[in-house]
Design a protein around this ligand. Structure first.
Ligand SMILES: [Zn+2]
Length: 360
């Protein structure tokens, strides 16, 4: 029987902080974390957005910097998802490390304990980190040598924290698209050809072979425009053998929702699906480096609006899907903040990020 024990070379730290000792060594001080965030936001070196000046200095005694040209004051996080945070960046980096280092993800209690914050703050930190992943997953389109698309039901609570697994749970429909390099999972309001079609239009590549189960709604949803291969007939029944990857992912997802998360509410299900999909899609890279880059890349959003981020429908190449759903309240708040509407913002970000968001 082959041994599963890993050698020292296999366990050697990888990426920007492969183990806790490296994290503390590299990002153990506030200054080091600030320098990393500034480097992520201005990869070519700082350039003032107001006057173009390329030098800045720290404001004495504060967590802020000042442009040498026009005196514009900024912090390492201003305008990012973790703007206005009162927590030290070292704690954010530690929480991000915990999310990335454990394949099952981190629980809020574990983050709170490790970072020395309250449980409520631990929950809020994880929700922000998941929002960063969620922005990215909104724009992810799954493609590759093969793509498997299938639906599943996952247990989640109706409201309030689910204290005991198995109590007050109901099954929520979820649709997954999986390839060797990417996974997108979305909670659906219903399992109709319309909502499946909307999911596939947003997240499934039209130029790669797609494998489906025999469910009639899938056939209708993907009737036009996709390269359907090896579709089993209804008589074949069991789709487990024909869609092994997606079924493997569904059982991992259920274990995560009930194990690490101890059950999730319906309202937060999408945030957990985003984390699950993002971690799968970045599993071969340096997850911590990627997650910190997501934190620096996406704009600030209030905690109460994060659910809106999770539910916003994506836009590709500047053209909105006909099924785009508007949330007027969130749109107004975002419009005020960014002086443009949410749809335009998502479309512009999609254009800016371009091919890098299509996982092929
Ligand atoms: Zn300036």
């Amino acid at each position: 029987m082959a041994s599963t024990a890993r050698s020292a070379a296999q366990n050697a730290p990888r990426g920007i902080a492969g183990n806790m000792a490296e994290l503390v060594g590299r990002f153990g001080t506030e200054g080091a974390c600030e320098a990393h965030m500034i480097a992520l936001r201005w990869p070519g070196g700082f350039e003032c957005p107001r006057c173009g000046c390329r030098s800045y200095a720290r404001v004495a005694g504060r967590r802020e910097f000042r442009c040498a040209g026009c005196s514009w004051q900024f912090s390492a996080t201003s305008g990012t998802l973790i703007a206005h945070t009162r927590l030290p960046l070292t704690k954010w980096f530690r929480a991000a490390y915990m999310v990335c280092s454990d394949p099952r993800g981190a629980s809020a209690q574990a983050v709170a304990r490790e970072c020395g914050v309250s449980d409520a703050t631990g929950v809020a930190m994880l929700r922000r980190l998941r929002a960063a992943m969620g922005f990215s997953m909104r724009l992810c389109r799954v493609g590759g040598d093969w793509v498997e698309v299938d639906g599943a039901s996952v247990p989640c609570g109706n409201g309030g924290a689910v204290r005991h697994a198995g109590s007050g749970l109901r099954d929520a429909p979820v649709e997954l698209a999986v390839s060797g390099s990417a996974l997108v999972a979305r909670a659906l309001s219903d399992v109709t050809a319309g909502s499946l079609s909307e999911f596939c239009a947003a997240h499934v590549s039209r130029i790669h072979p797609v494998r489906l189960d025999a469910h009639p709604s899938h056939g209708q949803a993907l009737a036009g425009g996709w390269d359907l291969r090896g579709r089993p007939s209804a008589a074949d029944g069991d789709s487990e053998a024909s869609l092994p990857a997606v079924h493997h992912c569904v059982s991992n997802l259920k274990a995560k929702l009930q194990g690490t998360c101890h059950g999730v509410t319906a309202g937060r299900l999408q945030e957990h699906l985003d984390e699950f999909g993002w971690k799968y899609s970045h599993r071969r890279g340096d997850q911590l480096a990627d997650l910190l880059a997501e934190l620096a890349r996406w704009p600030h959003v209030r905690l109460r609006d994060i659910r809106g981020v999770a539910q916003a429908q994506p836009a590709h190449a500047g053209s909105l899907d006909p099924g785009y759903r508007h949330d007027r309240g969130i749109e107004r708040r975002w419009a005020k903040r960014f002086r443009r509407d949410l749809a335009t913002l998502v479309a512009q970000v999609a254009l800016l990020k371009g091919a890098s968001l299509t996982h092929l």
